[in-house]
Design a binder for this molecule. Sequence first.
Ligand SMILES: C[S@@+](CC[C@H](N)C(=O)[O-])C[C@H]1O[C@@H](n2cnc3c(N)ncnc32)[C@H](O)[C@@H]1O
Length: 191
Amino acid sequence: MNRFDKVSNYYNKFMNRFSLYKEKEVGELLTIKNIDSLLDIGAGTCHYSNYLSKDIKHIMAIDNSVNMLKYADDLVSTKEVDVYNGIPFEDEIYDAVIMCDFIHHLKKGNHQRLINEVSRVLKKNGEFVIYDFEKTHFKTKILYLFELFIFFQKMDYISVKDLIKILENNNFEITKQVIDDYTYVIKGVKK
Ligand SMILES: C[S@@+](CC[C@H](N)C(=O)[O-])C[C@H]1O[C@@H](n2cnc3c(N)ncnc32)[C@H](O)[C@@H]1O
């Protein structure tokens, strides 16, 4: 059983209690009118997919926790996927990809490979929005200890600076960055 399977019943309550969801900020960075298909990676309880499904027709939410995915609304498609095995979809089929509160869950050294996979499944000019926590901020260090206690896993947070480098090396142009206290939301467009 995945660690998130065990906390799925409490997850949304926890996230709302600490105001950790940023659906408006993520939504605002996407050019919704141009997006017909979106892939949500590490979608969890599908909070972002559910929110965006009022405006985007085809949403696919992937995660390796089936218990988390069961909170998807009817309009959202879901698939159990472990991203360490790649993204099981064809090349250039999505208009947009989002990864919220997810990238730091990847084991060290896997960021580059996953971002390369995202680039593969995105169409040209496709949009990629990432929301995560700034590695160098002291609040993120507290979050690190909390997640270590809850999940017995050392998370690999990444700084905006390093993330931008990886994105640029993978053919993305950074078009927006919203940095707020210890969180960031950034948008890359596939060239
Ligand atoms: C902190 S949660 C974020 C969920 C959602 N994006 C949100 O913001 O509410 C991280 C999610 O990543 C998923 N996850 C972790 N490792 C994964 C992997 N290797 N493949 C797919 N999903 C994974 C977990 O199951 C969990 O649902």
